[in-house]
Write a protein that binds this ligand. Sequence first.
Ligand code: UDP
Ligand code: MG
Length: 309
Amino acid sequence: MTESPHISIIIPVYNEEAVIDELFRQTMSAMNLLDTSFEVICVDDGSQDKSLEKLLAYHRTDKRFKVVSLSRNFGHQAAVLSGLSLAKGEYIGMMDGDLQDPPEMFASFYNKLREGFDVVYGVRKNRKEGVGKKMAYWLYYRLLNRMADTKIPLDSGDFCMVSRRVLDQMLDMPEQSLYLRGIRAWVGFPQLGLDYERAERFAGEPKYTFKELFQLAYNGIFSFSNLPVRLMRRLGYLTIIGSTLYGLKILMSYFLYQTAPPGFTTLALALIFFSGVQLISIGVLGEYVYRTYNESRKRPLFIIKEKHL
Ligand code: UDP
Ligand code: MG
């Protein structure tokens, strides 16, 4: 039995063969500087390219560099979670596998954790991404921050390091609609954000599809806010107030000027408008029903195929 490492770093990897040499080099040299025992767990999230082979080749040269592979592509959040469930360290860090999160930051995270913080996360000061994506992120995080009951810090992703007690709490919350940065905020304990420059990905294309990004965004909103369902009720109130006012206006003009309300157009418009409102509301309800179903089904979030620990 070898002793548990002091620090564990979790890195999800999906079709990143072009990045892996540099990922190994930068991560290991950043961690070596910390002067304590550590393990790096790379989770191969069902890559179709040579990622797994390359990771395993590095594992053979340095056993602190560990590799887990999943039975298929389960998505970024599930891949991170699978790595977290295997981490042995007292302090646990997570970062993306495309080197957008600089591994040198773990030194600052680690120092702050030793000063008594339980969660230290990176706050993205500068994104080197397209204008559209930048704006969408900016808007989304501000919206989420206003909506969510838990204060999820602005512009922070999954790049962070947490203490063992926080990780154990996070692993104790097996939610199907995973939103790790939300769960991390929800857990509490002293938390601190540190600014960093989010680099461009080192090589290759983004692996998140547009649809998956939206899914993640939805998970953030539905799992940490009940605003969608509250909005339905508010729409209902607004409708009642609006139609009452309109009814009063019709009655007044009837008694004062003996004019009848315009018939067909008003009716048709009202009908179409409220059908729309009702359909949206049913859609929101449906989303809750589906999410409840999904939680109750309790499928595992990932399946591990191989472990090289
Ligand atoms: N990733 C993963 N599974 C996926 C999609 C992405 O493990 O299904 C990994 C990917 O290899 C990278 C990290 O998650 O290390 C972030 O992905 P990406 O860079 O595409 O996301 P973005 O930076 O655009 O948010
Ligand atoms: Mg990336």
